[in-house]
Design a protein around this ligand. Structure first.
Ligand SMILES: NC(=O)c1ccc[n+]([C@@H]2O[C@H](COP(=O)([O-])OP(=O)(O)OC[C@H]3O[C@@H](n4cnc5c(N)ncnc54)[C@H](O)[C@@H]3O)[C@@H](O)[C@H]2O)c1
Length: 276
């Protein structure tokens, strides 16, 4: 038995036009999983569509704003028509703005929570409803003894574990803490349908989001590099093993209601950088 075989499964991934979401789509496609991507960009990176022929899987891109419930619900119906089912949901869209707590604007508060919290909530809720219907059509009302129906993963952040002097992101951090707060109660509610719910907290990782921050604050990445035990920040591919494990019910079937932190040791020591 290949514990990481995802053939005939479908993953709905938000934020996979680029960045970590795209890396997650690559990983799941390489395991044989069909991929439906929700992202606000009009077009994804060309690498996304290449996954279809590279791995002989179906890949479809849906350009939507995940903060609008009607769009999310109608897109999920379309995905069910296009793919037939939903087995995995990774929530990897996200925004961050550097603003001090004392001057954080309403605009930042509303946008950050709309995308990082409400958007994740709406997409996961719509995916879970599809997964629950799939479970009921097979098992009726009998509660599941094993977690085989589906896996939902919220991308949280190292920011909820430790504050970095390099950034002022209380609004972003609170949004990620809110999403971590969803994990245990939703894992509890969905367990009877065989659905697992976890979050993954990446440390500092070089993506378009990080490149954008670096343009605004040129010393940011240098500071982050000093904060990990290996003197560098992560590459998106270094999160691939963890996401594949979280999404593969044969591999991580007993893991639910948890947060998995992948931070290159950044939260494991007192940084010499801040002691200087
Ligand atoms: N890069 C890091 O160091 C890091 C660290 C910890 C956590 N994270 C989290 O990982 C996730 C991915 O981050 P990334 O670095 O790949 O960022 P990214 O900016 O490269 O990608 C985020 C994607 O989300 C999409 N998006 C934004 N608003 C949207 C909306 N309203 N509807 C649909 N899609 C929308 C963007 O278009 C983009 O494609 C985010 O949740 C981020 O907070 C990133």
């Amino acid at each position: 038995m290949d514990m990481f075989d995802l053939k005939h499964q479908t993953a709905v991934i938000s934020g996979a036009a680029r960045g970590l979401g795209l890396a997650f789509a690559e990983t799941l496609a390489s395991a044989g999983c069909n991929i439906a991507v929700l992202d606000i960009l009009p077009q994804p990176s060309s690498a996304l569509h290449e996954l279809g022929s590279q791995h002989n899987v179906k890949v479809k891109y849906y350009s939507i704003d995940i903060t609008v419930r009607d769009h999310v619900v109608s897109t999920l119906s379309k995905i069910v028509q296009d793919f037939g089912r939903v087995d995995i949901n990774i929530n990897a869209a996200g925004v961050v703005s550097d603003e001090s707590f004392l001057t954080t604007s309403d605009k930042n508060l509303q946008r950050t929570f709309a995308i990082n919290v409400n958007g994740f909530f709406l997409v996961a809720q719509a995916c879970a409803n599809v997964m629950v219907e799939q479970y009921k059509s097979q098992h009726g009302d009998v509660p599941a003894k094993d977690a085989t129906t589906g896996s939902i993963v919220f991308i949280a952040s190292i920011a909820t574990y430790i504050a970095s002097t390099a950034q002022q992101i209380s609004c972003y951090t609170a949004s990620k803490a809110a999403i971590k707060g969803l994990v245990k109660p939703v894992a509890m509610e969905l367990s009877r349908y065989g659905i697992r719910v976890n979050s993954l907290s990446p440390g500092y990782t070089m993506t378009d989001m990080m490149r954008g921050l670096q343009t605004e604050q040129p010393d940011l990445v240098k500071q982050f590099e000093k904060e990990t035990l290996f003197g560098r920040i992560a590459l998106p591919q270094e999160l691939k093993g963890a996401i594949l494990w979280l999404c593969s019910s044969k591999a991580s079937g007993w893991y639910t209601g948890q947060d998995l932190l992948l931070d290159g040791g950044a939260t494991s020591w007192k940084h010499p950088a801040v002691l200087n």
